[in-house]
Design a protein. Structure first.
Length: 194
C-alpha cells in the first residue's frame, strides 16, 4: 500500500516514512473480519486502557491541500490559503500533516481544504504550478469537445446517408424538414427572469 500511495500520486521515495505512517493510520481504523468486524484501535482499547484517539476523515496521500492562513498573518490582499502536499495524520495532536517543499516546513492543522484529485507533483516529480494545472484542465476539455464533435459528425453522416438513399430510390424528400438532435451542453443554463 505504501508503494501504491507513492506511485499513484507521483511522490518521491523520500516520503516513504510518511506514507507508511499514513497507511498504518488507515489500517488501524478499518474494520476487520478477523476481529469480529472491529477496528484494531477498538479492539486494543477494549483490551487495554488507552487514551481515546479521535478519527480524522481519511484523505488521499499526496494530494494537494490548501492550508488556511489566519487573518492576523495576512493582509486584505494576500491569499487566504497556501498550497501544500498532504503527507499524513499527526501522532501527537488531532490534525492533518501538510508539507511545503519550498520552505521545507511541516504544518499540522485541521483548517485545511483538500483537492484529492489534484496532483501536487507532476509525473516527472516536479511541482505542478496552478498555470500548468489550468492548461491541463483546458486540454481535457478540448479532448472531450473533440469527442463530442466526432459523435455529432457520425450522427449527421448517418442521417445524411438516409437522405441520399431516398433520393436515389426516387422518393421525394422534404427540403424544409429539420432533424432535431439534443446534445449535452458544456455549460449549464441559468434561469433568468425576463
Amino acid at each position: 500500500m505504501v508503494r501504491a500511495s507513492l506511485f499513484g500520486m507521483h511522490m518521491s521515495r523520500s516520503y516513504w516514512g510518511e506514507a507508511a505512517k499514513s497507511v498504518v493510520y488507515l489500517i488501524n481504523r478499518t474494520p476487520s473480519r478477523v476481529i469480529d468486524f472491529q477496528t484494531p484501535q477498538q479492539r486494543m482499547q477494549s483490551l487495554l486502557s488507552t487514551p481515546y484517539l479521535p478519527n480524522l476523515e481519511p484523505r488521499v496521500f499526496g494530494c494537494t491541500a490548501y492550508v488556511h492562513i489566519p487573518k492576523v498573518l495576512r493582509t486584505k490582499l494576500d491569499p487566504c490559503a497556501t498550497r501544500y502536499v498532504f503527507v499524513g495524520y499527526s501522532d501527537l495532536q488531532k490534525g492533518y500533516k501538510c508539507y511545503d517543499p519550498h520552505t521545507q516546513k511541516l504544518h499540522i492543522t485541521l483548517d485545511v481544504s483538500f483537492r484529492e484529485i489534484e496532483l501536487f507533483y507532476s509525473k516527472e516529480g516536479s511541482i505542478i504550478s496552478s498555470q500548468e494545472e489550468q492548461s491541463s484542465n483546458e486540454h481535457l476539455l478540448q479532448e472531450s469537445d473533440r469527442n463530442k464533435f466526432v459523435e455529432l459528425e457520425n450522427i449527421i453522416e448517418q442521417f445524411g446517408s438516409n437522405d441520399t438513399n431516398e433520393k436515389s430510390r426516387g422518393r421525394s424528400t422534404d427540403e424544409d424538414s429539420q432533424i432535431n438532435i439534443e446534445l449535452p451542453l458544456l455549460t449549464p443554463l441559468t434561469n433568468e427572469s425576463s
